[in-house]
Design a binder for this molecule. Structure first.
Ligand SMILES: Cc1cc2nc3c(=O)[nH]c(=O)nc-3n(C[C@H](O)[C@H](O)[C@H](O)COP(=O)(O)OP(=O)(O)OC[C@H]3O[C@@H](n4cnc5c(N)ncnc54)[C@H](O)[C@@H]3O)c2cc1C
Length: 378
């Protein structure tokens, strides 16, 4: 049995903690913020599950599979539908009342490598401007990109309940400041000994901690990582200014608005829950610079919402927004999970090599780290 310290209680850290505990190790999770779940969670505000921008999960992907396994209570899911999704300049993707257009578009969408705006729009919606991911694209085509009735907080809550049941200790409000082989130093001055330390604290958190251990190695490992940022707006409204549409995509400006409540009527209160995102376009993002600052990008997103969901500001129950959040931790290259295994340190997160993207990558890499502990035990 190894003593395992997991740094970060996002999806990757929680998945790792569960897997490591089930493998018989003694696990402690430390989280610097006051809440668990990281970017992949939501909070109930005025009856709406408000989170960090639009989130859809892949049916039977690593995240969904893990959450499904943890409880006998069935997760009620609903899929985003193409007959209620619009690509700006091209209309509804599969209009039910226009069989001819629907058929033409279906043919266009059959080829995920196509260059048509509808294909780009569907890739954008399924992988949020990251590298094209055929599994998620095909899932969107087949109605397998989902929203649950519990929001992401409910799904993270199932993970937390399972960890509680197996006796994993999660401490929030504790930041790890420095690590070395077998030891972590916390900001509050405490020290924790561990046989294996799993860095599940996002790439910048991990880079900082690796740098506290070995600056040159940190530079070598992390300098090739490119990140893609986003601005998001979350709006809980007592009206439906998107008129029942599930999503509106502007592929040119890389904007999308979802209405969670239209997709999953069992989620939140009556009205609508618009979750909008603007992706990339800053000089720090890969690709073309379109905005001089994150605030300018957020402003442009708010204008887009006003244009597509006019009158929304007369119906606000809750409004939150953030001008800059990292959406894709690793845009092109990723880091090997076991790069520092010989020193008793493992990596978990979407920036770790693997076939999945987004929350699925976080969960998959977390579980893989948990499984690797016995073989790297220091
Ligand atoms: C706008 C947006 C839209 C998204 N849409 C989707 C989607 O549709 N589908 C999907 O599957 N995924 C989506 N994602 C991605 C998904 O949210 C993330 O991939 C996933 O939550 C990442 O989990 P993680 O555990 O790797 O990292 P994080 O969630 O970043 O967790 C890392 C945790 O480590 C903690 N931490 C950092 N440093 C320290 C330290 N020194 N000490 C202690 N704790 C520390 C942080 O506070 C944080 O809680 C989206 C993300 C964003 C931002």
């Amino acid at each position: 049995m190894a003593r395992v310290l997991v740094v970060g209680a996002g999806l990757s850290g929680l998945a790792c903690a569960l897997e490591a505990t089930l493998a018989g190790h003694h696990v402690v999770v430390l989280e610097r913020s006051q809440r668990i779940g990281g970017r992949g969670t939501s909070q109930n505000i005025d009856g709406f599950p408000v989170g960090f921008g639009p989130h859809l999960f892949l049916k039977k992907g690593p995240f969904h599979n893990l959450v499904r396994k943890l409880s006998r209570v069935k997760l009620a899911t609903a899929a985003i539908r193409l007959h209620r999704t619009e690509v700006v300049g091209h209309g509804i993707i599969r209009p039910l009342e226009d069989a001819k257009t629907s058929l033409v578009n279906k043919r266009i969408l059959k080829d995920p490598n196509g260059t048509h705006a509808l294909v780009s729009g569907c890739h954008f919606l399924s992988s949020w401007g990251g590298q094209r991911n055929d599994a998620r694209y095909n899932a969107l085509m087949k109605g397998n990109l989902l929203v649950s009735n519990e929001g992401w907080a409910g799904m993270v809550g199932r993970l937390a309940a399972a960890l509680d049941e197996v006796g994993v200790f999660i401490e929030c409000g504790l930041e790890v400041q420095r690590i070395e082989t077998g030891k972590a130093y916390l900001v509050d001055g405490r020290e924790i000994e561990a046989d294996v330390i799993v860095l599940a604290c996002g790439p910048s958190g991990a880079k900082k901690l690796v740098s506290s251990f070995d600056e040159r190695l940190s530079e070598e490992l992390f300098s090739s990582l490119k990140r893609l940022s986003a601005s998001f707006v979350e709006l809980a409204l007592d009206a439906q200014p998107l008129s029942g549409k599930h999503a509106v995509i502007d592929i040119e400006d890389q904007f999308t608005i979802l209405d969670y409540r239209a997709i999953q009527p069992r989620l939140g209160r009556e009205g609508s829950h618009l979750s909008a995102v603007a992706i990339g376009g800053l000089s720090s993002d890969p690709g073309k610079t379109r905005f001089s600052s994150a605030d300018e990008r957020l402003e442009a997103l708010l204008n887009f919402i006003s244009h597509r969901a006019s009158g929304w500001n007369q119906h606000v129950i809750h409004h939150s927004q953030q001008s800059k959040i990292t959406l894709h931790d690793a845009y092109e290259s990723r880091i090997e999970q076991l790069s520092m295994a010989s020193k008793g340190i493992l990596f978990a997160g979407t920036w770790v090599q693997g076939e999945h993207i987004l929350a699925d990558a976080a969960v998959h890499s977390g579980r893989a780290a948990g499984k690797s502990i016995s073989s790297v035990q220091h």
